[in-house]
Design a protein around this ligand. Structure first.
Ligand code: ZN
Length: 316
């Protein structure tokens, strides 16, 4: 074997380790949740398709990883996820990744605006335990303290787009102009949807409602909406019968117009809560269970939330 041939074979074997855009292939990107996958798909555009882990009605709070997910992670150049407080199923897999993969843990990204989990009123159980104080102060309570559904805030969605573009520029600098142009176009689409939702939701500002789990505070803040509480205090567990009785009593007190259910959770629980009252129900879908994955999914999820809110809260 001559030297050149040996060199070529060596280069081919090493290709996945060559960091800077020498290959014609775009980076292999894996994203956990559909709305975030959608933003990543917007930045990648025609240059490549990110892979989505959580499909259909699977809830990130209870999902179990499959062997095909582990394989996808092992092959990834870039992984984009919220963090262990959201995708608990990914925690160990991400920690055990080789140095080959770059990981964007979104809740740690500077500029992502985080809101604290809500307490009091119907945001928690009557008999909730005192918050447990962790002895390890550095790691301790932080992950339960902040609400992790931050992709439903258009400003945060814009930050996610910028961060993904920066990661792609690092991994594949030859396509810098493409990543930049796609990111700008995606941010423009986010801004357009935001403007239309502001107008559409203005008439239902202030109307009180209860959600299935506290996934919407970023959306509520963005549009001045009046969420009063959640059916399920812990999205990984079904609410108790006692909790449902407690909620029924709270409906009149808080002048609740609507109790929202979710495709991921049992709708009968919500029907039990509102039975015999004039409170209405509709479905909110924070991860897009029925939405086709792709660049449009984030927009469709946001519009879907807007439609459901207006439909349920707007009637008199
Ligand atoms: Zn959630």
């Amino acid at each position: 074997m001559d030297f050149i041939r040996k060199t070529l074979i060596f280069a081919a074997l090493c290709a996945p380790l060559v960091p800077f855009g020498l290959s014609a292939q775009t980076p292999n990107v894996v994203v956990s949740l559909k709305p975030i996958h959608s933003l990543v798909a917007g930045v990648m555009g025609e240059a490549g398709k990110p892979r989505l882990l959580l499909k259909g009605t699977a809830s990130p709070h209870t999902y179990q990883m499959r062997p095909s997910d582990a394989r996808a992670l092992a092959e990834a150049d870039l992984i984009v996820w919220v963090g262990e407080a959201m995708e608990t199923f990914l925690h160990r897999a991400v920690e055990n990744l080789g140095s080959r993969s770059r990981v964007v843990t979104l809740h740690e990204v500077p500029g992502i605006h985080l809101l604290r989990n809500r307490e009091g009123g119907i945001w928690e159980d009557d008999d909730h335990e005192e918050p447990h104080v962790d002895e390890d102060e550095d790691h301790g309570h932080e992950h339960d303290e902040y609400n992790m559904h931050f992709w439903l805030d258009p400003a945060n969605a814009g930050r996610i787009v910028d961060e993904v573009a920066a990661a792609l520029i690092f991994l594949d600098p030859a396509r810098t102009a493409t990543w930049r142009a796609n990111a700008a176009a995606t941010r423009k689409r986010i801004a357009d949807v935001h403007a239309s939702l502001e107008a559409r939701l203005a008439p239902v500002r202030g109307h009180a409602f209860v959600v299935f789990h506290d996934a919407y505070q970023y959306f509520e803040r963005a549009y001045g909406l009046n969420g009063k509480g959640a059916v399920a205090v812990d999205p990984a567990r079904a609410p108790s019968a006692k909790r449902l009785v407690e909620l029924r009593a709270a409906l009149a007190e808080h002048k609740i117009r609507c109790v929202f259910t979710e495709p991921q959770f049992e709708p009968d629980l919500v029907r039990t809560v509102i039975e015999g009252s004039d409170v209405r129900t509709a479905v909110l879908d924070p991860v897009g269970a029925d939405t086709r994955p792709g660049a449009d999914a984030w927009i469709e999820i946001m519009r879907g939330l807007g439609d459901a809110m207006v439909g349920c809260l707007g009637k008199s």
